[in-house]
Ligand binder design. Structure first.
Ligand SMILES: [Zn+2]
Length: 410
């Protein structure tokens, strides 16, 4: 019942909070016109690079899912959990934290060869500036972050299910939702610095221009931060992260090297759109609801004894069922990815529209998109099914076409 109600709230929130109607996706004819204007070499390079990267990506996804299902739907996962608890006399907390982390690590390790494969392609195409040492340090850091966050979540969850054996799901759903909000809040100040250094943009005409742009837009921005992205990539990008007091706009140092000031300002104008419309907050609210729905769904599935027997667990609240929980989360994640991307693309289109309106310069918007596609070797017009499933942003031809339609007063 709670599951159904929460699911309806999630659907209602998605319908209300996301700009489904405006701006409209430009017609295919306008997209093809934009495609025709792009240099053929840029289009070809993007297709070639995407074709090289995709197999590793899809195989990683498939192998990761298969591993999660094998661990969760056979007694294999529960045996690992039991083995991890054995040196501690089968203590519940040892099984929960050590067993949980072991299962998590195993599910991640099986996809590592594919990540390494993709790294070799990034290096071959000159997009990555990292050697194997730097790459390995990044992998180790991300595993360490997962281990710390995972240990806290596992200890909290299995502490809860012990304290409230019947009503655990109410507390766990609330806790999962609060955890999503907390992560959004602390991510920019605790997690991002693990991987990059952030410095306020150096004083100068560009910084003055960007702060004036934010002021004109009515978006309070304390500072624009520059990330040392060049330590790992030649790709150019910018983003907004954090909510409330931790909200910040970040631009890659590679973007400052690669793009003229008016295009950097255009990228920042897009990010201001995200900030002004509260896109990170909206994403956080939807994520929190999604987490609560998932917990309630897990509680519902917990009544399915056949499933528990398959997983070799006596109860859904037993640490022996950890692998089953991870399998459920993996499936939910896979199924919800296209929906998350659909929501994301709408928010991105609105931020594009915001940038063009704020600057009144669709021409620079189009040249900025071309520069981004060139530097990042983007597939400017990906196959529609792959686009629908995996793209978090509108395609380059859609974004340029939208600017052209806007310039024509459409
Ligand atoms: Zn964006």
């Amino acid at each position: 019942m709670a599951f159904a109600v929460l699911l309806l709230v999630l659907i209602a929130a998605t319908v209300v909070l996301i700009p489904w109607q405006h701006p409209p996706t430009p017609p295919r004819s306008a997209q093809l016109a934009a495609l025709g204007e792009l240099p053929a070499s840029v289009v070809a390079k993007g297709k070639e690079f995407a074709a090289a990267m995709r197999p590793g990506g899809y195989l990683a996804m498939a192998v990761g899912l298969i591993a999660a299902l094998v661990l969760g739907l056979t007694p294999f996962g529960s045996k690992i959990v039991a083995a991890c608890g054995r040196p501690f006399g089968g203590h519940r907390l040892a099984e929960a934290v050590l067993g949980g982390l072991a299962v998590l690590l195993l599910a991640q390790l099986v996809t590592l060869p594919f990540a390494a494969w993709r790294h070799t392609i990034l290096v071959r195409y000159g997009l990555s500036t990292q050697n194997w040492g730097g790459w390995a340090v990044d992998v180790a850091k991300s595993y360490a972050v997962t281990a710390v966050l995972g240990a806290v979540a596992l200890a909290a969850f299995y502490g809860l299910t012990r304290l409230a054996p019947r009503l655990w799901w109410i507390f766990a759903a609330t806790g999962a939702a609060l955890l999503v909000v907390l992560m959004s809040l602390i991510y920019p100040v605790l997690i991002e610095p693990v991987f990059n250094k952030f410095e306020p943009m150096a004083d100068g005409p560009l910084r003055t221009e960007l702060l004036a742009l934010a002021e004109r837009d009515g978006v309070p921005v304390g500072d624009v931060l520059v990330a040392d992205a060049s330590r790992r990539t030649r790709a150019v990008n910018a983003y907004v992260s954090g909510i409330g007091p931790t909200r910040r706009i970040v631009v890659y140092d590679t973007l400052l090297d690669e793009a003229p000031d008016d295009e950097v300002a255009m990228v920042v104008a897009h990010e201001l759109g995200h900030a002004k419309d509260g896109d990170v907050l909206i994403g956080t609210v939807l994520g929190a609801l999604g987490a609560a729905v998932t917990v309630c769904g897990i509680a519902v599935l917990g009544g399915w004894t056949g499933l528990l027997r398959r997983a070799g667990a006596g109860s859904i609240t037993s640490p022996r069922a950890i692998a089953l929980l991870l399998a459920i989360v993996a499936v939910v994640g896979l199924v919800s990815t296209p929906l998350q991307n659909l929501v994301s693309r709408r928010a991105e289109s609105r931020a594009d529209e915001h940038a063009i309106t704020l600057t009144g310069d669709p021409g620079t918007f189009a040249s900025m998109q071309q520069r981004l596609a060139t530097a990042n070797m983007s597939d400017v017009d990906p196959p529609w099914l792959l686009f629908w499933l995996f793209s978090s942003h509108p395609s380059t031809v859609q974004r340029i076409a939208a600017a052209r339609v806007h310039a024509d007063g459409g």
